[in-house]
Design a protein around this ligand. Structure first.
Ligand code: GRF
Length: 216
């Protein structure tokens, strides 16, 4: 079965590209049926359009309240009936009602080894802590910010002379490997959301598997 994915973006769209590449290569048995941005100028929209992907913009600024934007987003998503809603650099916090409505289908990528560094500026915070290992996490979204059950992680080393930019680039590169693989596990049913947790078959994933770092 080819899963239907709706991808939500706000910015650059490099993870969207990685997902589209994996779909095209057949390593991810899925099809991106819609790309939705909350920002009209998002580079991700141009990237998607260049690949012939239909896109929609629901401009967040046009709505006076979060709940109204989320209702518009919900209506648009419902029209497409996606199997999964994939947040790929989507920079809005979604209301609890929206998250509950799409619970188990809503997936996010976060640039840290959660539960370390939820929220913003993850690379800066890892450097300030002199962390030696950093990375990224794909997780199911629950109402608590960046705290939903993890599906898969990837590790990257923090190098002695790292700057925030160098570390961010290393993590982003690893994300492009992580997200398609995590989505593959989800769309094939290898990992599923049940009762607030991620399961691999009957086993609750207490700790997510970590992909090792590949590049120097
Ligand atoms: C990634 O670092 C992702 O982890 C975070 O936002 C960034 C999106 O990058 N949630 P891109 O738009 O996919 O290039």
């Amino acid at each position: 079965m080819t899963a239907r994915l709706a991808v939500l973006v706000s910015g650059r769209g490099s993870n969207l590209d990685a997902i589209l590449d994996a779909c095209a290569a057949g390593t991810l048995p899925a099809r991106v049926t819609t790309v939705i941005s909350d920002r009209p100028g998002a580079k991700a929209l141009a990237r998607a359009a260049a690949r012939g992907q239909p896109t929609i913009t629901i401009e967040a600024r046009a709505f006076s309240e979060r709940a109204l934007f989320d209702a518009a987003l919900d209506a648009e998503l419902s029209r497409h009936s996606p199997d999964f809603v994939v947040l790929a650099g989507f920079m809005r916090i979604l209301s609890d009602g929206f998250v509950k409505r799409w619970l188990g289908k809503l997936v996010n990528i976060h640039p840290s080894l959660l539960p370390a560094y939820p929220g913003l500026h993850t690379h800066r915070r890892a450097l300030a802590d002199r962390a030696t290992v950093h990375g990224a996490t794909v997780h199911f979204v629950t109402p608590a910010l960046d705290a939903g059950p993890a599906v898969l992680q990837v590790e990257v080393p923090v190098r002695p002379n790292d700057t925030e930019q160098l570390l961010a680039a290393r993590v982003l590169n690893a994300e492009h490997r992580l997200y398609p693989e995590a989505l593959r596990r989800i769309v094939t049913g290898q990992v599923a959301f049940r009762d607030g947790a991620a399961y691999c078959g009957d086993a609750r994933l207490a700790r997510p598997e970590r992909l090792p770092h590949l590049h120097s």
